[in-house]
Design a protein around this ligand. Sequence first.
Ligand code: C5P
Ligand code: C5P
Ligand code: ZN
Length: 470
Amino acid sequence: MDADAAIHRRLTADLEKAACAVRSAEDVLVITHIDADGIASGGIASATLSRLGKRYRIVFEKKISEDTVDMINGSAENTVWICDLGSAYLSEFKRPGIVITDHHVPDPKWKGGQTSIDDFDRIHHLNPHEYGMSGSYDVSGAGMTYLLSKTVDPENKDLAYLAVVGAVGDLQDNRESRLIGFNRMILQEAVSTGDLAVDEDIRYFGRDYRPLIQFLQYGNDPPIPGVSDNGPGCNALFSGLGIPLRKGGELRTWRDLTADERRSVSCRLLSLVDDDQKKRLFGEIYTITRYDSCTGLKDVKEFATVLNSCGRYDDAETGLRICMGDMTALEDAERNRSDHRKHISSAISYIKENRLLRERRFVQYFDAGPEIKETVVGIVAGMLLNSGDVNKVLPIFAFAEADDGVKVSARASRALTDRGLDLSFIMKTASEIVGGYGGGHKVAAGATIPTGKEEEFLDIVEDLVSSQII
Ligand code: C5P
Ligand code: C5P
Ligand code: ZN
């Protein structure tokens, strides 16, 4: 308890110091990540700075590259606020006035290499790993950005819902089918401001817009025997329970059902899956109260998908406009979401139809070459792992062509990380040995390696995986 209180005091003090740096900044360069968590972080940082009347500009990055480090070290702004990125490169930053709100595994070379007390003050580093928390489940980049924003001005509590969007976008609710740790505290703040509602329900996509049959038929994470990909099976299920598919000629959605109807379908679905799948299928869902069903932004998971479909296709700005409440961005967002859906579904078919997934003793992998965008290959790897069609006992490594070499994304099941697997360490170590760089989280990590080094990289990865898993 005492240790917890001490950590909490240290975090509060560090947040205060970073808040002073933000309040006293002349102008600010915000660097943030292109994924949902990064865009939500960018939304929180932008609102915080514009409410302070600061001059700022925002730059979205896929990752921290040498060019990004040069931009940060050489920027004319007197303050650089790096969100959802940066922690892994702490020792590369050589200028004062840096604030980092991130949750990736921090650079192990930092601190050890500090030479003077000034070095510690150069960077305000706000990262859950520094405070004994998990960067995979307890808080996301948007969560850390929000904690700082709220310290800058308690009125910024109305941005809590964006921190929840970021956490859900990074799948931080996946482990327990609910948010835990700091995320839970932030969730409660968003509920207290009236921005979010929490319910227990089936955790499939499309509750607001998919007709009932499609809601069940396409919801295959987790898959349900006789229901997923099985239209007639879904039809039989609803008619067996006496639930009409239409009302007044209109197709009903899941949200249109009465609470009793939803309960009876849920009970039936839960009786068809094992205990592990039950937990994935049914859990908390988060609803943004201000949005209508027709916006596609009402469900937090769907809001996060909209942000991902913007950022991962070079249009993070549209995602940022959505976070800032600009409804004129909805049309562009809808186009991005539809493209994202098509790209993901053709990517999964491409891997399956061409039987590209290969198994080694300790890992499985596929090489998508130029067929899947490097920014999306990790999502595809994660979806395959959860699809029920691939071996969940092996971590998955996915390769895709990138401008600067080969992008690798790695994903693993929770059971494997519980047994000691740490993909962040593996991707960082193996990529550096072959002349690349990488990092991330235990459960999901990425790297870029030189073209032609894939086999050597896999050999090293396999050694590391086998040495970690007990
Ligand atoms: O860069 P960042 O930390 O924001 O991204 C985290 C990534 O980890 C996301 O792409 C998310 O989908 C992935 N993830 C996952 N499985 C989990 C947790 C996170 O694939 N259980
Ligand atoms: O790109 P992907 O979705 O596979 O990324 C998974 C996780 O690994 C994300 O948290 C991402 O920020 C991180 N990553 C990293 N360094 C890289 C590539 C990805 O830290 N070079
Ligand atoms: Zn993140």
